[in-house]
Design a protein around this ligand. Structure first.
Ligand code: PBG
Length: 404
């Protein structure tokens, strides 16, 4: 018995414990040793046994003590790969490059100078002139695409949004102007939706009973997409969430000799409160909501279903929107679809971060970079973000190293 309780023996047990990274055995021994010492020295025994004194309990807690007991010393140390910026960059599992970023941009009829959008500080309503300059900045920054949204004059809005497919409408003039400026150095993408152009603000035709009529709306989208492609858009992007919109637009383009025009489908687009600042930005006339055509934010599988439908209908790129609060949908669509996946970091995601940064509550650059890296980490190949040019320039500042 005395032999079993000798300190050498206890030590050899404790290094056995360390080998399997548990230390379990060593702890058990120690307790037994103390208990036995107490028992042996008590009045329970007529002639007390000689037992070794248990090792003293350290008076200071481990953190001040300096060293860990051997059996708790880690062998696996992930911190080795976090030591310096170069090391962290070497092992980073997500890379972001300017070429995968898309800048959404607004062009407004009847203005000569850019107007800053109140709820989106740093984002502007552009004139035809200033949108060309913005497109040049986008080329210089090396981003992949510009996604153009048009804002017509109030008097040009009507129940069908006809300014949307008028080749003299603001969006189609902007597409032509930007394409003339950038050629093929930047993908010129157009938003293919009627909400900015209708006097009621819905994304389609409103029937007498108040329902947004799916099929007649799709017919208007086809007309709109055709005009956009003819104006010079490399890519159209239907965002109205009408059923069958992708197949119908693809067919229209192909029938009109525009089979080279790409189609980025807003596939999983949710009826999100995070579009709030955008609605102000496009001076949307909407009363009510879009819950009968955009998806319910509570649905994940439905987002995958919508993306697969768009893929089957001939989309070239599928999109999830919004992005930051929908990363599970981004991941699942990326795992399921064979197509490139885009994610749209929407106006509300932008404005929340800008507002908190303006108050000094968040570090602006770190927060922006984290928010977009996380979208890429979730599986997005392409990110639409109002910070596209700024992020591209930061990536360039750091010598394209991606170092944070
Ligand atoms: C609809 C459209 C919306 C956005 C882009 N296109 C949303 C909507 O009003 O339902 C949102 C973009 C953003 O919030 O940044 N044509």
């Amino acid at each position: 018995m005395a032999h079993h309780l000798s300190p050498e023996n206890k030590h050899s047990n404790s290094s056995e414990g360390r080998k399997d990274h548990t230390g379990e055995q060593a702890k058990v021994k120690e307790v037994r040793c103390e208990e036995f010492a107490a028992f042996a020295s008590s009045e329970n025994l007529s002639s007390p046994l000689h037992v070794p004194t248990p090792p003293p309990v350290p008076a200071t807690p481990i953190s001040q003590f300096g060293t860990l007991p051997e059996h708790l010393t880690p062998v696996l140390r992930p911190r080795r790969l976090r030591t310096t910026p170069v090391m962290r960059n070497l092992v980073a599992q997500t890379r972001m490059t300017p070429g995968q970023l898309v800048l959404p941009a607004f062009v407004r009829d009847g203005i000569d100078t850019p107007h800053e959008i109140l709820s989106m500080p740093g984002v502007f309503h552009h004139s035809l002139d200033s949108i060309r300059k913005l497109a040049v900045d986008a080329v210089e920054a090396g981003i992949g695409a510009i996604d153009l949204f048009g804002i017509p004059r109030e008097e040009d809005k009507d129940p069908y949004g006809s300014a949307a497919w008028d080749d003299k409408g603001i969006l189609n003039r902007a597409i032509a102007a930007v394409r003339a400026e950038v050629g093929d150095d930047l993908i010129v993408c157009a938003d293919t939706c009627l909400d900015e152009f209708t006097d009621h603000g819905h994304c389609g035709v409103v029937r007498k009973d108040g329902v947004i009529d799916n099929d007649s709306t799709v017919a208007l989208y086809c007309q709109m997409a055709l005009t956009q492609a003819q104006a010079g858009a490399h890519m159209v992007s239907p965002s109205g969430m009408m059923d069958g919109q992708v197949a119908a637009i693809r067919d229209t383009l192909d029938e009109n000799g525009l089979s080279e025009t790409a189609l980025m489908a807003y596939s999983a687009k949710y009826a999100s409160a995070f579009f709030g600042p955008f609605r102000e930005a496009v001076q949307c006339s909407l009363q009510g909501d879009r819950a009968t055509y955009q998806q319910d934010p509570r649905n994940r599988r439905e987002g995958v279903y919508e993306a697969l439908l768009d893929e089957a209908e001939g989309a070239d790129i599928v999109m999830v929107k919004p992005a930051g609060y929908y990363l599970d949908v981004v991941t699942e669509v990326a795992q399921t679809s064979e197509l490139p996946v885009a994610a749209y970091q929407v106006s509300g995601e932008y404005s929340m971060i800008e507002a908190a940064c303006a108050k000094g509550w968040l570090d602006r650059r770190r927060t922006i970079m984290e928010s977009v890296h996380c979208i890429v980490r979730a599986g997005a190949d392409i990110v639409l973000t109002y910070w596209a040019i700024e992020i591209a320039n930061w990536l360039r500042d750091t010598g394209m190293t991606n170092r944070n």
